[in-house]
Design a protein around this ligand. Structure first.
Ligand SMILES: [Ca+2]
Length: 481
């Protein structure tokens, strides 16, 4: 799993902005899910859902708050079923992992260069680039695992999370590339709820000097330097071929988009290389045929779509998780499914394939029949979504909603405004049909379905007005000698 990797930055998903040969290899040798969605598009909640198979309001993690590791999780159940369980890399759940025979994690977000990771014994600095380091540690776990047991391993990368720091090799690969702009980069937000105008995750307005990797004036230090980095610049001086140019307005906007995307995509290129490394290792060590390999990300991401970066909103780019699955002994190579899957389904899937019981309080459903190419006739035709972190880091308004195979209905409950989209006629979600007289019946049906789904998943507005305090940051234990 990676952090914030949008499906539309994977060439197997039709990316217009990059090439990911190793992830494509997974798609070519396995199954691509075209409708895998996150139930709350933000890091910590999505991770809690993946571990528990439950919505945020059931696992107690609606925002960046501490995960209670005493609760039922997929790794505990797999451990009880005789599996060796391990977790390496980004955890970001505020409490230390439980239910893993081995774990070694980044504290909070962790850092890109020479990352610190900590385990039960303490912290260590690992020289190198985070994505390489996490892959090396993953391969070490595979080498050292007890060979008389099956294993369950979570290898979680920090990349390509903000502030998108690539290693030098991949930075150079993208340094002079012109990345095509998405068609909705200059969305005027006409006809939409206030939420999209109020958000502070705009590529043109909200990228900071730190995000843009601007070089501070000499002599700045401490708090002053940090303040300098946090400024969202409205003009930037760049140097091209020894000539200095001051960028403003539309010129600066175009430059900001390129600056953001080059770094983001360069981080992904290292992920792609490292996925290849891990697959090569599995293939070379007799683990190809009977190992289920999943590639996913904790949610999607805006790549300038609707003018934004980051996630949170229920729009497609942030809602959609890449989900590629290889298992040669079961999954037909090169297959594609449009069955609606969510991150609640991951835990039940792993349990079923391990031959373990799926607890009845897990809210997802095993994807195994989908992987076999036979989704049951009663497979879900819609799913429920809820995002709470408001105002959060980007002033993104809280909302809940439903996505069906053809439509989406969103309620920003604190400002009591609605949006609805016809995803067939308007896949880019530019036209809010909520108030269209011609759509009245459709909206009514969607609203009924939404109320029904909300009830079915047991959302009683437990966290609607008050959320637990943000506490997913942890202080790592002291560095080991
Ligand atoms: Ca994330």
């Amino acid at each position: 799993m990676t952090d914030d990797h949008a499906a539309h930055a994977i060439s197997a998903y039709g990316s217009r902005v990059n090439q990911t040969p190793q992830l494509d290899r997974l798609a070519r040798e396995g199954m691509r899910f075209d409708r895998c969605f996150v139930t709350n598009s933000i890091c910590t909640p999505s991770r809690a859902t993946i571990l528990t198979g439950k919505y945020s309001h059931k696992n107690g993690v609606p925002v960046f708050n501490r995960f209670d590791g005493a609760q039922q999780t997929v790794q505990r159940l797999l451990q009880a079923a005789g599996y060796y369980t391990a977790m390496v890399g980004k955890w970001h759940l505020g409490s230390d992992p439980t239910g893993f025979d081995y774990w070694n994690i980044l504290p909070g977000q962790g850092r890109y260069h020479d990352p610190i990771l900590y385990d039960k014994e303490g912290s260590r600095i690992y020289p190198g680039y985070a994505t390489d380091v996490i892959t090396e540690l993953t391969i070490e776990v595979l080498k050292n695992r007890p060979k008389d047991k099956p294993f369950f391993l979570m290898s979680h990368h920090k990349a390509p999370h903000r502030e998108w720091t690539p290693n030098e090799k991949h930075r150079l690969m993208f340094a002079n590339k012109q990345i095509p702009e998405p068609p909705t980069l200059r969305d005027s937000y006409e006809g939409r709820a206030e939420a999209i105008r109020q958000q502070k995750q705009s590529v043109f307005r909200d990228l900071t000097r730190r995000d843009l990797k601007l070089v501070p004036p000499a002599g700045l230090e401490g708090a002053e330097l940090q303040r300098w980095y946090q400024v969202k610049p409205t003009e930037v001086e760049i140097e091209v071929g020894g000539e200095k140019t001051l960028l403003r307005g539309e010129e600066l906007n175009r430059w900001k988009y390129q600056r953001y995307m080059r770094d983001y995509l360069a981080c992904i290129q290292s992920v792609d290389d490292n996925v290849g490394r891990l697959l090569d290792w599995l293939d070379a060590n007799g683990l190809r045929e009977n190992t289920l390999v999943v590639y996913t990300s904790d949610q999607g991401f805006f790549l300038g779509d609707h003018g934004m970066y980051d996630k949170r909103f229920m729009y497609e780019e942030s809602l959609k998780m890449p989900f590629l699955v290889r298992w040669p002994s079961l999954v037909k190579p090169g297959s594609v499914t449009d069955a609606i899957a969510t991150n609640c389904d991951f835990a039940p899937t792993f349990l079923e394939l391990a031959g373990a019981q799926i607890p009845s309080d897990m809210q997802g459903r095993s994807l195994l029949p989908v992987l076999r190419g036979n989704p049951p006739a009663d497979w879900r035709k819609a799913f429920y979504y809820r995002y709470y972190h408001d105002p959060g880091d980007h002033d993104t308004r809280a909302h809940y909603g439903i996505r069906t195979e053809t439509h989406k209905l969103i309620h920003f409950w604190r400002i009591d405004q609605w949006e609805a989209y016809d995803l067939v006629k308007d896949p880019e979600e530019m036209r809010n049909i909520y108030s269209d007289p011609g759509a009245r019946q459709t909206i009514e049906r969607l609203r009924e379905q939404l109320i029904q789904l909300k009830k079915e998943v047991g959302d009683d507005d437990q966290f609607a007005n008050e959320q637990p305090k943000d506490s997913s940051y942890v202080t790592p234990p002291p560095i080991k000698k």
